[in-house]
Design a protein around this ligand. Sequence first.
Ligand code: APR
Length: 261
Amino acid sequence: MRQARIESSTGLDLPTTGSMVERARAARRAVVFSGAGLSKESGLDTFRGPGGLWERMRPEDLATPQAFARDPETVWRWYAWRWQQVAGATPNPAHREIARWEGRFESLQVVTQNVDGLHLAAGSTGVLELHGTIAFARCSVCSRREPMGEAVARSAQEPPRCPACSGCLRPDVVWFGEQLPEGVFEAAAEASSAAHLFLTVGTSATVYPAAGLIEIAARSGALVIEVNVEPTPLSDLADVRMAGPAAEMVPALGRWLDRLG
Ligand code: APR
């Protein structure tokens, strides 16, 4: 049976004794699973929720292979715009705190649904990017990759052609209905099932198979900590729920772990 949940909206009121504390203190293997909310304080929009991208636009018009086949110009322009936002964004205190945790745990696996590369920019290593990356474009025919910045510089209005085979370039991200990059989900699932501590941060926990990692970790007995400004469909699986912005809650969580020693 799962133990009673701890709720915090400040990060300052987390307990210093009890079984959860002992589990956090003893945790050697950790997984951080992140979503768009993690990058909100870096100035990037989320997909769902108030002000989210999918409030203004329809995913089926922009983030599916069918949309790209139908209207490659619109899809390319949208990704060129998003790439420009990402290129101007920098990691926030939550990304930096997570990068710092590499020295804290025996193993730390960062798994992200974000395509913005901000975990890497903050210094995290071995990041599993479940939904690909917007930092690269990829030929839709021969799969040759090219930095997105170079591709956008050649054309921001329509997909440029592949220099090798003249195929149409597309962003190197995973669209709805597409397979995740080979082996990446499997590695994430393995780390999640072995994790003692699993932090899910800034994700609506609605897109599968990614969200299934939270279920795997909970089932496997990890101490599950959720950081989100609002509850998610999987909040009930969390042992600790921190209700607030990632850029405040994740550093507060780090200070709590520091105090536990
Ligand atoms: N701090 C923490 N959480 C936040 C913040 C914040 N400052 N702002 C918003 N959130 C939360 C929202 O409450 C929401 O639950 O972040 C979550 C963002 O959810 P989504 O926009 O659905 O992002 P994500 O879960 O990453 O989406 C999954 O859907 O469209 C696809 O491929 C895209 O990878 C993406 C996937």
